[in-house]
Design a protein around this ligand. Structure first.
Ligand SMILES: Cc1ncc(C[n+]2csc(CCOP(=O)(O)OP(=O)(O)O)c2C)c(N)n1
Length: 329
């Protein structure tokens, strides 16, 4: 369990601000055609979910895997923002050599296994990674993020079931942001209380958590980690959160279609504002420290853009084929 002292809490604040700043910069770069492609799925609004969950991990020991809304996860793990931004721009210094782009971030050192574009496709991998950890008795667990929409995909049911059968050490975190693309959760799920699906597969159902509150998120995932550490196997959490941007950058209708609801979340439940308020209540005169943190993150993101733009595209044959095929031995 992390020591919840001032230093730790400030670090969580730093991570959340870094993610927001990074994502909003990516949106701007996309508008300016400095980041290209059809897909770019931003994490703005979800920051407390990723940061609160990851705070429970021993980085480099425990494992983590997610879908295509992956930039915030990489940053919260401590992957270098320069290399993440370079990947956004398809440059050779990107974390995946510029060949993965926004949806395929990964980092071996951080045990961050991606970044998957196929909805639900990463879920069986989560169970597989957990099987390795259990078989080799590494003591590691796997955090697997899954969107509300992806819980309706067959992979979800197969992967959670096998995790239930074999008591695999996976913490399933459903990021329920209310939408799968433009479809509201309640219109796509027969039972929209998504965490209850755990019960069908013998997985510990830890219920819902306020995904806008990083402290609540940290504590809930800690409860899941205790369950896994005690040998109880898999656990499931449903984090209620909200997506500030459309499904991806090419989703042009979202802001106008849901403007009132969106504004309500931004005004009253923003994860960074909520946490700032909590910190200001706990520590007197912390305001200027928080302002300094914000300015520093703006600077880091601005530098990452510079770094990325100075990095070349992968255009030699060696660069293009590297890490694509495994050579037969
Ligand atoms: C197998 C498959 N089916 C459909 C799609 C198209 N698609 C991409 S994202 C998405 C919605 C997923 O929503 P959710 O799991 O709630 O994640 P969120 O985008 O809200 O984070 C769909 C249908 C896909 N990529 N893969």
């Amino acid at each position: 369990m992390a020591r919840l002292n001032k230093e730790t809490l400030l670090d969580w604040y730093r991570q959340m601000v870094l993610i927001r700043e990074f994502e909003e910069t990516c949106q701007q770069l996309y508008n300016e055609k400095r980041i290209t492609g059809v897909y770019l799925h931003l994490y703005s609004g979800h920051e407390a979910v990723g940061v609160g969950a990851i705070a429970n991990m021993e980085i480099g020991k425990d494992h983590i895997i997610t879908a295509y809304r992956d930039h915030g996860i990489a940053l919260a793990l401590g992957v270098d923002p320069n290399r993440v931004m370079a990947e956004m721009m398809g440059r050779v210094d990107g974390v995946s050599g510029g060949k993965g782009g926004s949806m395929h971030l990964a980092s071996l050192n951080h045990h961050f296994w991606g970044g998957y574009a196929i909805v639900g496709g990463h879920l069986p991998l989560a169970s597989g990674i957990a099987l390795e950890a259990k078989y080799n008795e590494t003591g590691a667990f796997v955090i697997c993020f899954v969107g509300d929409g992806a819980t309706n995909n067959g992979y979800f049911h197969e992967a959670v079931n096998i995790a239930g059968v074999w008591d695999l050490p996976v913490i399933w975190i459903i990021e329920n942001n209310g939408f799968g693309m433009g479809t509201e959760t309640s219109r796509a799920a027969g039972n929209p209380i998504l965490h209850e699906r755990a019960n069908s597969y013998g997985v510990k159902d830890l219920g819902r958590v306020d995904g806008q509150d990083v402290m609540a998120m940290y504590e809930k995932v800690n409860e899941a980690a205790q369950h896994v550490w005690s040998g109880g196997g898999s656990a499931m959490i449903e984090a209620i959160t909200y997506r500030y941007r459309g499904h991806g950058v090419s989703d042009k209708q979202y802001d106008t279609r849901f403007s009132e609801e969106l504004e309500e979340w931004k005004q009253n439940k923003d994860p960074i504002t909520v946490f700032r308020r909590q910190l200001e209540e706990k520590y007197k005169d912390i305001g200027s420290e928080l302002d300094d943190i914000e300015a520093a993150q703006r600077e880091i993101v601005a530098k990452s853009v510079e770094f990325a733009e100075n990095s070349p595209f992968p255009d030699t044959l060696e660069q293009l084929y590297a890490n694509v095929y495994v050579e037969e031995s």
